[in-house]
Design a protein around this ligand. Structure first.
Ligand SMILES: [Zn+2]
Length: 142
């Protein structure tokens, strides 16, 4: 289990709503650790978190610490100002985690738009918004 930094981007991202199902995911970064929902009975990873395992129908689901490293599975460059606080352009990416069979929809930061590529190694960090710690990813620097 590795711990990752909290970043200050100089602006606030919209705070995701906390529900009983999503609270663990959105607050996991309080100690710098990314956690993903996992079935206690068969090990199936799931994101977004679900109350029932799609593989074995177990209702015993835990929030499991993961390394927080992954690779860019897919991405797009957003050029429209959807949020008053987030200046475009920015990269929206799907990140495949190294040690959990899930893909997270997220944002890439600290990365030139033209430098992003499929398969690029990335590492999680967290941006605080209200009571949440939003997982973001940035390139792994060698
Ligand atoms: Zn299961």
């Amino acid at each position: 289990m590795s711990t990752h930094s909290i970043v200050n981007e100089g602006f606030l991202r919209p705070e995701p709503p906390l529900t009983p199902r999503t609270k663990e995911f959105w607050t996991s970064g309080h100690d710098g650790v990314l956690r993903i929902a996992q079935c206690d009975d068969c090990g199936q990873w799931m994101h977004p978190p679900q109350p029932v395992c799609r593989s074995c129908q177990s209702r015993s689901i835990s929030s499991t610490a993961v390394a927080g490293t992954g690779t860019v599975f897919s991405y797009t460059v957003n050029r429209y100002q959807w949020s008053p606080t987030i200046e475009p352009p920015y990269v929206i990416a799907e990140v495949a985690l190294d040690d959990a069979d899930v893909v997270l929809m997220t944002a890439l930061i600290d990365c030139e738009i033209h430098a992003v590529s499929i398969g690029m190694p990335v590492d999680v960090c967290f941006a605080i918004s209200g009571d949440t710690f939003i997982p973001l990813f940035r390139p792994v620097t060698p």
